[in-house]
Design a protein. Structure first.
Length: 211
């Protein structure tokens, strides 16, 4: 029977791999949006199954370790926090899938709005790269700093919704679908912030709520 140290390493590696896969999905979804590439968008939608599978696998591993191996407090926090992180990653994967579906169904998007959405996503991806680094290194100080980066994403999202509202009359109504895409990216940022909360919990045992 595999020792608990090996099982915990395997659990952590799958969590890191899931993070990278989720990041890849969001980047590919944005590439599909930028190029109006429906084939790539379809690949993002279909690829979401792998992210869902990783979430289920991480949950199953955690339950098995909890049931069979009586983990100590540090490992216990890693398992509980890991389940929550996997759930946040799964949700971010869903947002990438939603963007893919939009690209498959949509007609052309006003280039100015397209640029704004791409800018919003780039802010998210840059922040998320730092979240993945925090996940790997488990640096509590960095977790606090990286969580605060979400403020930039929120400000950009608000600026974009104001831009859409200002142009609603010229564009024969409000483009709700574009707002939904932007909202997906903004919510993906919220889930990134949640991951920072869980890293602090895993390392320190403290429950932090970044709101």
């Amino acid at each position: 029977m595999m020792r608990i140290e090996n099982r915990m390493q395997s659990f952590d590696k799958e969590l890191q791999d899931m993070g990278l896969r989720t990041r890849h999905a969001m980047a590919k979804a944005m590439e599909a949006f930028m190029k109006d590439d429906k084939e790539l968008a379809l690949a993002v939608v279909e690829g979401d199954d792998f992210i869902n599978y990783a979430d289920e696998s991480i949950n199953d591993q955690a339950i098995e370790i909890l049931t069979l191996m009586q983990p100590v407090a540090k490992d216990l926090r890693m398992l509980i926090g890991g389940i929550k992180i996997a759930n946040d990653l799964e949700r971010i994967g869903d947002y990438a899938k939603n963007i893919g579906r939009f690209v498959i169904k949509s007609k052309t998007v006003d280039p100015r709005f397209r640029e704004e959405i791409v800018n919003l996503t780039n802010i998210f991806l840059n922040n998320f790269d730092e979240v993945l680094d925090v996940m790997e290194k488990r640096n509590v100080k960095e977790a606090y700093r990286v969580a605060s980066l979400d403020d930039d994403l929120d400000m950009e999202f608000k600026a974009f919704t104001h831009l859409l509202a200002d142009n609603a009359e010229k564009n024969d109504g409000f483009p709700f679908e574009l707002t939904t895409i932007a909202r997906n990216i903004e919510r993906a940022g919220d889930h990134s912030k949640n991951i920072c909360e869980q890293i602090i919990y895993i390392v320190k045992g403290q429950h932090i709520d970044f709101g």
